[in-house]
Design a protein around this ligand. Structure first.
Ligand code: SME
Length: 203
């Protein structure tokens, strides 16, 4: 039986991005099995996706490496969000995403999603409930630079669908050291992963 820690390894038969994402998804399904807590499932998802991308030639170690992979989640889903009210002073704590499980360097703790005031790729993807592919972060209005080395980014919303309603729970964010790194295959793969993770957890 393979170890959990080896699940990011890629077979040499994988040649395309769509094959890559299907492979990652097939490895993610058993990692989510038997667990409904979002912290645990998002932690393993960020690790699997990050290390799988580092094993894929386009994103592997080097100048075009993926450098961040993780989640921001609505603050109301965290336990006792009010205890941090003193840090949020005049802002409305319910309109915030907080840093969730991730792999990469330390990142900003929270992102404002107040309508008319929230800005950045994560806030836009969260509020529009649409995946945003950013080929060059320097040209994106309001981009929040957690790491000055990041050149491109993709952010996919986590959407809970129930009885015809859609609720944004947070976002899945990937950063890369090279410009133009993410494409439509990445959008398709990430959206499938986002849906899989949302359905695997009790929110
Ligand atoms: N760049 C994001 C912020 C999150 S970091 O990239 C991890 C944004 O503009 O919302």
């Amino acid at each position: 039986m393979p170890h959990h820690a080896d699940s990011y390894l890629l077979p040499t038969s994988i040649r395309t991005k769509s094959q890559f994402w299907e492979h990652v998804i097939s490895n993610l399904v058993p990692l989510l099995d038997g667990q409904r807590h979002w912290v645990t499932n998002l932690a393993n998802t960020s690790s699997l996706v990050y290390h799988s991308l580092l094993s894929y030639p386009t994103f592997g170690d080097g100048p075009s490496s993926v450098n961040w992979c993780g989640f921001y989640i609505v603050s109301s889903l965290f336990p006792n969000p009010k205890i941090r009210m003193d840090h949020c002073a005049a802002s409305n704590i319910s309109n915030r995403l907080l840093l969730g499980p991730f792999c990469g360097k330390p990142a900003c703790q929270s992102i404002d999603t107040t309508p008319g005031r929230g800005q950045g790729v994560c806030a836009d993807a969260f509020m529009s409930r649409r995946t945003i592919v950013v080929p060059d972060v320097e040209t994106y209005p309001g981009h929040i630079a957690c790491d000055g080395n990041t050149k491109s980014e993709i952010v996919c919303p986590l959407i809970l669908r129930s009885s015809g309603n859609e609720v944004s729970l947070g976002v899945f964010d990937l950063d890369c050291l090279a410009q133009g790194s993410f494409d439509e295959d990445d959008r398709t793969g990430l959206e499938k992963i986002a849906q899989l993770v949302v359905d695997a957890c009790d929110w």
